[in-house]
Design a protein around this ligand. Structure first.
Ligand SMILES: O=C(O)CCC(=O)C(=O)O
Ligand SMILES: [Fe+2]
Length: 265
């Protein structure tokens, strides 16, 4: 069942005001368990050992036995239907429709994030870019409690009210991060979310990863960027890339400015 009008209005005003809304007890334990089961089955395909059925144990086994295929596993997660069912939940699509007042919503970047205690993939502060539309909401939903030493996600308070900043790739992962003048203007806040709850965050919100401090633990997050049929260069002009290039670098160089109409190359 879709959320009622009052609940939706509260979520819309939170997203507008704070840049995010927390959806408490959003996915049942049963649904979360189904996702974990699929992940275990996929990892068991990478390295067969039927004795291990726990996702945490299975994941660390793969790290030991066949880490080279971990990237391919990540890649296939965006096609796994139990994950997609949660990410494209009717209630969420309805929320994004309502927020942008648009009928059509695209699943622009579904997938999984895994942050284990080696903390090799933690992302520097960035805004959510390089998707089908300029402004959108992304859903961030942990499969295990993301709080305390199991992490969470850090946002930069109120940063969603100031448009899009130039991004660089000058960090060791080569991921995109906002220029330092941007992040330093705002106060950081760590958001903690329990398994089964989710965050809906505005794409312009500057955010970064939290380290996993707990030894022998990996934080699993499912994520999707839900884009409205609005400011979609690909359906407005021929010969432009499907996803809007990163602001300030990359394919479009400095010409790509998300804050003007000049996002078309
Ligand atoms: O969960 C996180 O640490 C943030 C992930 C993120 O920002 C992203 O994948 O774009
Ligand atoms: Fe992000």
């Amino acid at each position: 069942m879709l959320l009622d009008k009052k609940k939706k209005e509260k979520i819309f005003s939170e997203v507008g005001e704070n840049g995010y809304a927390k959806l408490d007890n959003y996915f049942s334990n049963e649904k979360i368990e189904k996702v974990k089961k699929s992940l275990v089955a996929m990892l068991n395909y990478v390295y067969k050992d039927d004795k291990i059925k726990d996702l945490q144990k299975k994941y660390f086994q793969i790290l030991e036995k066949n880490p080279e295929l971990k990237g391919n596993f990540y890649d296939l997660c965006k096609h796994e239907t139990e994950i997609l069912k949660l990410l494209n939940d009717d209630r969420t699509v309805d929320l994004v429709r309502g927020y942008f007042n648009t009928e059509v919503i695209f699943s622009s970047g579904p997938g999984i994030l895994i942050y284990d205690d080696r903390n090799e993939r933690v992302l520097a502060p960035h805004q959510e870019t390089n998707q089908l539309a300029k402004d959108f909401l992304f859903i961030w939903a942990p499969l295990y409690d993301a709080r305390g030493d199991q992490g969470g996600i850090t946002i930069y308070e109120n940063s969603h009210k100031h448009g899009y900043w130039q991004h660089h790739t000058n960090n060791k992962l080569g991921s995109t991060n906002v220029i330092s003048e941007a992040a330093s203007r705002f106060r950081k806040k760590k958001l903690e979310v329990e398994a089964g709850s989710a965050l809906l965050i505005h794409s312009a919100m500057i955010h970064e990863s939290v380290h996993t401090k707990k030894k022998g633990f990996a934080r699993f997050i499912i994520i999707d960027r839900l884009c409205p049929l609005k400011q979609l260069p690909y359906l407005e002009r021929k010969g432009v890339p499907k996803k809007i290039p990163y602001p300030g670098h990359g394919e479009g160089g400095d010409k790509v400015d998300y804050n003007t109409k000049n996002i078309y190359l």
